[in-house]
Design a protein around this ligand. Structure first.
Ligand SMILES: Nc1ncnc2c1ncn2[C@@H]1O[C@H](COP(=O)(O)OP(=O)(O)OP(=O)(O)O)[C@@H](O)[C@H]1O
Ligand SMILES: [Mg+2]
Length: 487
């Protein structure tokens, strides 16, 4: 490397006096090299190349042996980055113009040259050279960045997929939800419509998401519309969009959800709540793959996979004339039922654990888990509101707790005490768990009643005895007999 940090300029002219004048003009701002012939200039270029190179070349057009343009053409093939400038008289103009492109000449200056103009031209030329270098460097970096960026997108993609895939649906090894998940994996890659049925809070939306993220559309939009929440006109406006002025209140154009979901998946939740008029419109869109925004002149065609969900029994709705049969078949190429929580009690402990973990994150409050009593009550309850009810129960417990372990006393009364006679199935399952003679079974039942009452009263024995119509001694005897004590 040269010591000087000034840009290097090579000046080529066969007239020594002219060469000296050029040097004097430039030497304050540039590291100036001079040559009186093309050969000498080539030698300098070669010599300087490993030392930092020459950035600018100024060359006289008229030289013995070779014209300036010819020389610069030669330079270009070997040092394409050097910015080339030619000096010439009027009479050379034609030759130069003919050679400008071949030699890749940045500019030509007419003789006699003015010092300020020459300096300005060279300074500008130097900034061109710097930008050119920067551009090359960035191009190289971009080329290296492409695989890195690709990798990063891939990693994010995998993260999203694992956050929303079937792996995220908590279930026990023997859960009937496993069959549902297998079906999801099997049908997801094909562009089939899927109707997801299940009671409220069972996880229908999670299932829809899992289908989308297991499909080839995973990197496109997943858009949800709750069809039960809106009157027809608003629902249509949301789904199909509208043009400004299509109705009062339409102050500007709006792109519908069908269009936003183009290439991806549209999830129509609570499809069973829609009106017959809307069902007709939806059917037409699904059949034709195109629709007309409200007030729009042209139809818009889209590529959207439609998933729908309902907590109604849609087949019955069809039979009884409340849901269009043709639309039903359009939506339900595959139908998939998410079983209620009471039909998969084996999932409850796992779900409770997972939901407690996310509740801790959500509330920013930590705990050491559920007491065994609380866990037992949770496992025994029927959860008519399914996973959503369980989720709310756990959130509530965590919010109310003031001890590290969440005890049964934090449970809402309906969960803590599944009252006898509330549901027949619950009674039977409770009784089916008892073993031995009638007397033995009654004792087991008695132990459970005593325990449940104590938990509800936070092990306050006077209150429990009072409620059960026992004396304190009578209660203590029962505790001893059944080996009951606060854990
Ligand atoms: N198997 C599961 N594992 C983990 N979380 C679940 C599971 N099933 C449901 N959830 C959670 O329970 C809540 C309710 O689920 P989701 O919204 O999917 O149910 P839904 O059937 O669409 O309910 P709704 O009928 O009320 O719209 C969500 O917060 C969801 O994350
Ligand atoms: Mg839902």
């Amino acid at each position: 490397m040269r010591k000087s940090r000034l840009p290097a300029v090579l000046v080529v002219d066969d007239e020594v006096r002219s060469l000296e004048a050029l040097r004097r003009t430039l030497e304050e701002d540039f590291d100036v090299f001079t040559a009186t012939s093309a050969e000498a200039a080539m030698e300098i270029l070669e010599h300087e190349a490993p030392l930092g190179g020459i950035q600018l070349i100024v060359c006289d057009q008229r030289m013995p042996g070779m014209t300036g343009v010819q020389f610069l053409q030669k330079v270009r093939s070997q040092w394409p980055d050097a910015v080339r400038i030619i000096l010439s008289g009027y009479t050379d103009a034609e030759d130069i113009i003919a050679g400008v492109n071949d030699a890749g000449i940045y500019q030509y200056l007419l003789k006699p040259w003015q010092p300020e103009q020459l300096l300005l031209t060279l300074k500008t030329a130097y900034s061109v050279w710097r930008m050119q270098q920067e551009n090359q460097r960035l191009s190289l970096e971009l080329r290296a960045a492409e695989p890195v960026l690709k990798k990063r997108v891939e990693v994010k993609h995998q993260r999203v997929q694992s956050a929303f895939g079937t792996g995220n649906l908590v279930r026990a090894p023997a859960s009937p939800l496993n069959e549902v998940c297998q079906l999801i994996e099997r049908i997801a890659p094909f562009d089939l419509s899927v109707l997801i049925s299940g009671e409220s809070g069972t996880g229908k939306e999670m299932v829809a998401r899992a289908i989308h993220y297991a499909s080839t559309r995973a990197d496109k939009a997943f858009i949800i519309e709750n069809c039960g929440a809106l009157p027809d006109q608003l629902l249509e406006a949301e789904l199909f969009g509208y043009k400004r002025g299509a109705f009062t209140g339409a102050y500007e154009d709006r792109i519908g959800l069908f269009q936003q979901a183009d290439g991806g998946t549209l999830f129509l939740d609570e499809i069973g709540e829609t009106s017959p008029a809307f069902q007709v419109k939806l059917l037409r869109v699904l059949q034709e793959g195109e629709f007309r925004p409200l007030g729009g002149a042209r139809p818009v065609s889209v590529d959207v996979r439609v998933l729908a969900a309902t907590n109604r029994d849609l087949e019955t709705e069809v039979r009884e004339g409340r849901f269009r049969e043709d639309l039903y078949y359009r939506l339900a190429t595959v139908s998939l039922n998410v079983p209620p929580l009471r039909e998969r009690p084996m999932d409850i402990p796992l779900l409770a654990q997972r939901l407690l973990a996310s509740a801790q994150q959500g509330l920013g409050k930590s705990c050491n888990g559920l007491s065994s009593e609380a866990a037992a009550c949770i496992a025994a309850y029927r959860w008519p509101g399914n996973v959503r009810e369980l989720q709310n129960e756990i959130l509530r417990m965590l919010a109310l707790s003031d001890t590290p372990v969440l005890g049964a006393e934090l449970l809402s009364p309906r969960v803590l005490r599944t009252p006898v006679g509330e549901t027949q199935e619950a009674d039977l399952s409770l009784l089916a768990g008892l073993q031995g003679s009638l007397k033995e079974r009654l004792e087991q039942l008695e132990a459970q009643v005593v325990k449940e009452t104590l938990i509800r009263h936070r092990w306050n024995k006077s209150k429990a005895a009072l409620e059960l119509g026992l004396s304190r001694v009578g209660l203590r005897n029962k505790l001893e007999r059944y080996g009951l004590e606060k854990k």
